[in-house]
Design a protein around this ligand. Structure first.
Ligand code: F6P
Length: 345
């Protein structure tokens, strides 16, 4: 019998509990291991804040959003700290034989660094943004897209009734996956993503052309990380940063609302979906993907296949090098954006 630790770090994401349940159910029932949960991401490791996870206390969580372990954006290496020594000391004290961190670029970035220093790790990739390399899809993305699509459907009917332009801001720090998917699914007239810096004049011209043809409303979907092409004064980032140095995004829709109304003369309103996209029940797709990731992760840990990350390749769950997760972000597929553009303006 071995003792494996598990933690959830970074932004929460629908499906985290399904991964935890998969790890525990297979780990305890199939392999006879003990599973120790660390609360609140890397902070729980640094503070040895633990809870033993059993089939009983992880029952009934499959459909629940969030994470029963809690999460944080704690960085063990912050301010030059020797994060490896701090983590290793706690793992040794707690008798942990291997760690399963579930996270995005930052949490798995810490995991990759620990792994490089010899700490036994199997990573599980998560982010609603779907921008992690090394896996075709991350769980949580499908749910976020569904939530955003439902919102766009609702905004469509009110935009149409009032002859308005409505700007819908969705999440997506480096990549426009959520904007592109929900925009295509919701029939957006303009989609703005971080990968394609936009020109506000072109956006407004395209809306004006559409209205000149007799349409009286438009839907603009924008990623929080979308950037204007020139220095038009539109900003997306606030001054605050997290422990990994990322700016807090959110609010580009406020600027777009003002600019579009001023430049086109059409009444324009905006909606920022924000954390609504991260909360609540995961879709069936995400529950299945997350469950498969969890079961595969503990299987890899049982076999001592450390330094790896579970990954979806086509329809198969495979192991990829953990370092792949922290390579360059997986940016939006050009083909998908080209398809979306057919419906612009
Ligand atoms: O990385 C996922 C994500 O939801 C991004 O889209 C967003 O920029 C960020 O997390 C928000 O983080 P927080 O919840 O810490 O404000």
């Amino acid at each position: 019998m071995a003792r494996f630790g598990i933690l959830t770090g970074g932004g929460d994401c629908p499906g985290l509990n399904a991964v935890i349940r998969g790890v525990v159910r297979a780990g305890v029932n199939r392999y006879g291991h003990q599973i120790i949960g660390f609360r609140y991401g890397w902070s729980g490791v640094l503070e040895a804040n633990t809870v033993e996870l059993t089939a009983q206390n992880t029952s009934g969580i499959l459909h629940r959003g969030g994470t029963i372990l809690g999460t944080s954006r704690t960085n063990p290496y912050r301010d030059g700290a020797d994060g490896t020594a701090l983590v290793r000391e706690v793992l040794e004290r707690e008798g942990i034989d291997g760690l399963i961190p579930i996270g995005g670029e930052d949490t798995l970035g810490v995991a990759a660094r620990l792994s490089g220093d010899g700490v036994p790790i199997v990573g599980v990739p998560k982010t609603i943004d779907n921008d992690l390399s090394g896996t075709d899809v991350t769980f949580g993305f499908h749910t976020a897209v569904q939530i955003a699509t439902d919102a766009i459907d609702r905004l469509h009917t009110t935009a149409e009734s009032h002859n308005r332009v409505i700007v819908v801001e969705v999440m997506g720090r480096h990549a426009g996956w959520i904007a592109a998917y929900s925009g295509v699914a919701g029939g957006a007239d303009v989609i703005l993503v971080p990968e394609r810096p936009f020109d506000i004049d072109e956006v407004c011209e395209s809306i004006k052309r559409r209205h000149a043809r007799g349409t009286t409303f438009s839907i603009v979907v924008v990623s929080e990380g979308a950037m204007p092409r020139d220095g038009s004064g539109i900003t997306t980032a606030g001054a605050k940063t997290d422990a990994f140095g990322h700016a807090r995004l959110g609010g580009i829709a406020v600027e777009l609302e003002r600019e579009i109304e001023e430049r086109t003369g059409f009444e324009t309103r905006m909606t920022i979906l924000g954390h609504v996209q991260r909360g609540g029940t995961p879709t069936a797709y995400d529950r299945v993907l997350a469950t498969r990731f969890g079961v595969k992760a503990i299987e890899a840990a049982d076999r001592g296949e450390f330094g790896s990350m579970v990954s979806l390749r086509g329809t198969d769950i495979v192991l990829a090098p953990l370092a792949d997760a922290v390579a360059e972000p997986k940016l939006l597929d050009d083909d998908l954006y080209d398809t979306a553009e057919v419906f612009f303006g």
